[in-house]
Write a protein that binds this ligand. Structure first.
Ligand SMILES: *Cc1c(COP(=O)(O)O)cnc(C)c1O
Length: 358
């Protein structure tokens, strides 16, 4: 049986988790958290990295940081996970969905500007499948209209856009370490990236329940107290320890995924040239992390047939997002897409079956 997803595991996680459990400080911002923060700041080349309990939490922090007020508008693709929208809706924002490009399934940058008005506060590009959105264009639009860019890079660890790590280009970036992502901090986890200096201090405060506790630990204040709104956005050091076991082997994990991805891609190209499926397109200036392998088929019936056939062959494939604008909580703006998605874990058996179908 080939599962839909196999969480990454290097074997070193166990010893680090045990170490964190037996240390004097299991709560947030312990030794492993500090190690992870330094690793991200160096490897991603960013000003500030803060672990969070999830990408959802990091997105909520972003909404607090840019001070979303009721009635503000936030632009994002409809083809994304619910958290991208929820984080802003929770602060009273109105979400404006912009359609995606069919080649990358990322927000269509050429349609963003027409969605901007005086209430627009931010654009939230989602780097689908770890392939970058057109960030030069998006940053240019944002600076001309004086609005923020919050990158939802949940799927994008180790991916780049013109050499720059995803999440480090906009004012704020967010990552996920949920077990379905390329790296996990033990099932749930996330990361907030601060690229704009004005948010550095307040991000620490919001993350520490609205207190200046981080400044207190650095000896900058005598006593810590309630200074702003905030919530509990610190993961425990045990989660950071699990993640550390993976960051140490980050390249190994990445190369392994890329190998599987390329194997699928090379062997399925034939079906694409016959017009049976559409494969992902990765622009040459984008380096991808093989977060997922997806194929698009022509219609819902073909999709169901393929998923069922694969299931009979003990291969789990699923279809991906139901566009948010068609969901119960969503708004009606963008178009609908049909696709199936498979995470690259074990390529071989899957290919055999698919070739049988041809
Ligand atoms: C996974 C994901 C999230 C949510 O991540 P969590 O860590 O589970 O909160 C948000 N946005 C996108 C695009 C995702 O893929």
């Amino acid at each position: 049986m080939i599962p839909f997803n196999k969480p990454p595991y290097t074997g070193n996680e166990d010893q680090y988790v045990l170490q964190a459990m037996r240390s004097e400080k299991m709560s947030g911002d312990g030794d492993f958290t500090k190690r992870c923060h330094s690793w991200f700041e160096k490897e991603l080349s960013c000003k500030k990295a803060l672990l969070t309990p999830s990408c959802t939490a990091a997105l909520e922090m972003a909404a607090l940081l840019i001070d979303i007020q009721p009635g503000d508008e936030v632009i994002m693709p409809s083809y994304t996970f619910v958290s991208t929208a929820n984080a802003f809706v929770l602060r009273g924002a109105k979400v404006v969905f912009v359609d995606v490009r069919p080649d990358t399934m990322n927000i269509d940058e050429s349609k963003i500007e027409s969605a901007i008005n005086s209430k627009t506060k931010a654009i939230v590009p989602v780097h689908y499948a770890g392939v970058a959105c057109e960030m030069d264009t998006i940053m240019d639009i944002a600076s001309r209209h004086n609005i923020y860019v919050i990158e939802d890079a949940a799927q994008g660890m180790m991916s780049t856009y013109k050499g720059q790590a995803l999440g480090t280009i906009g004012h704020i970036g967010t990552y996920s370490f949920h077990e379905t992502k390329n790296y996990t901090s033990g099932g749930e986890g996330g990361l907030l990236i601060i690229n704009d200096d004005q948010f550095k201090e307040r991000a620490e405060i919001i993350r520490e329940k609205g207190t200046n506790r981080s400044q207190f630990f650095r000896g900058m204040v005598d006593k810590y107290s309630w200074v702003d709104i905030g919530s509990s956005y610190l993961p425990s050091d045990i989660q950071a320890a699990y993640l550390w076991g993976q960051l140490e082997k980050a390249n190994e994990i990445n190369n392994n995924r890329l190998d599987s991805w390329s194997y699928y891609f090379e062997n399925l190209k034939m079906l694409e040239s016959k017009g049976k499926i559409e494969l992902a397109i990765i622009p040459s200036h984008c380096k991808c992390n093989a977060h997922m392998f997806y194929m698009k088929v022509s219609d819902m019936q073909t999709r169901s047939d393929l998923i069922n056939h694969l299931k009979d062959c003990e291969i789990v494939a699923v279809f991906h997002y139901i566009p948010l604008h068609t969901s119960v909580a969503g708004e009606k703006v963008a178009g609908c897409m049909v696709k199936i998605l498979i995470q690259p874990t074990t390529a071989r058996d899957y290919l055999d079956y698919l070739f049988f179908m041809v």
